[in-house]
Design a protein. Structure first.
Length: 331
């Protein structure tokens, strides 16, 4: 009996090992399957990408095509990125003519049946009023946080209604939390801009990008170095001369140029004008890498608000006074 029992022992051991390996493999498969099956959302610009990630949370994998610091008017995509657009469960894009080199890929995917959201169409877009752009839609709606609140709701609605596999309650909760933060941002911006004297609320930028901010917070857009809504255009000598005259008449003290673009044109305009004009950087059309000043939409807007308020002569905000009983006594 002893002899037969020992002969069977290796077979029993092998069977146990195989069972254990099978259990481990099953466990690994069970753990990784939900992750692999998460829906995929492709977003064209990094600003919308940040907003979409806040709304989607862990309910979808969000892929952003545009790199930090890129120009949305001119960035292109690779063949693998084009394939990602075609395979997405949802495409989120700005629209209104912004992504000039990517829109054909988006349109092709839409025609093939991929769900897509043109966010700009749903935020009550403005049109340009300058002579060369009159009547064309202005795609830079993100400079108005109130319209971004609308954009965030549109993204949440589209995720819930058209993307299988997301938890609607989780998406709605994410959207509500982010909406509260956007509301706080809008209130804070209003307070900071209110400190700028009315006669100094004049904006000159490197191209027409702050129309929405101007409408929301009561600024006057004197002009742009590039008299266009796209950075792909360029000004003529007469354009620079006309804008220099307008700057002198309005008493403008600062020109704002995008931090990701060389400010050569703004510096040239500064030389054309007879007033002392500073050229100050803003984050206008793209986020930055982490730690570079505008890694999120909220961080970008706070940095821009501070730069505009300081550049146009707003007094520094008064530090919050300590509440009663919290004052430190000098030892």
């Amino acid at each position: 009996m002893t002899h037969h029992s020992e002969a069977r022992r290796p077979a029993t051991t092998v069977a146990g090992v195989l069972a254990l390996v099978g259990a481990v493999l099953f466990g690994l498969t069970a753990c990784t399957t939900p992750e692999a099956e998460r829906p995929g959302v492709v977003v064209t610009t990094d600003i919308l990408g940040d907003i979409t990630r806040e709304i989607a949370g862990d309910q979808a994998d969000v892929t952003v095509l545009m790199k930090p610091g890129a120009d949305p008017h001119s960035f292109g995509i690779s063949a693998p990125q084009a394939a990602e657009i075609e395979q997405a469960d949802l495409i989120v894009y700005n629209g209104l003519g912004l992504e000039e080199n990517v829109l054909r890929h988006v349109e092709a995917a839409r025609e093939a049946g991929v769900a897509a959201l043109a966010v700009g169409d749903g935020v009550d877009p403005l049109t340009y009023t300058s002579d060369d752009m009159a009547g064309r839609p202005d795609p830079h709606f993100w400079t108005d946080p109130t319209r971004v609140r609308t954009a965030a709701r549109l993204i949440a609605d589209r995720l819930v209604e058209h993307v299988d596999g997301v938890d609607a309650s989780a998406v709605r909760a994410n959207a509500a939390r982010y909406d509260a933060r956007l509301d706080d941002l809008s209130t804070w911006m209003s307070d900071r801009f209110a400190a700028i004297p009315r006669n100094k609320r004049n904006l000159v930028t490197d191209h027409h990008v702050f129309g929405y901010l101007a409408q929301r917070f009561g600024f006057r857009v004197v002009g742009a170095v590039i008299p266009s809504g796209t950075t792909l255009a360029s000004p003529s000598a007469s354009d620079l001369k006309s804008l220099a005259t307008a700057i002198e008449r309005a008493g403008v003290t600062a020109i704002f140029a995008d931090s990701s673009q060389p400010d050569r044109l703004a510096q040239a305009l500064k030389r054309e004008s007879k007033v002392d004009v500073r050229v100050l950087p803003l984050f206008t059309e793209s986020l930055t890498e982490q730690g570079k000043g505008a890694a999120t939409y909220l961080e970008m807007m706070r940095a821009n608000t501070t730069a505009i308020a300081d550049g146009l002569g707003a007094p520094a905000p008064t530090p919050a006074r300590p509440t009663a009983g919290t004052e430190r006594k000098t030892p």
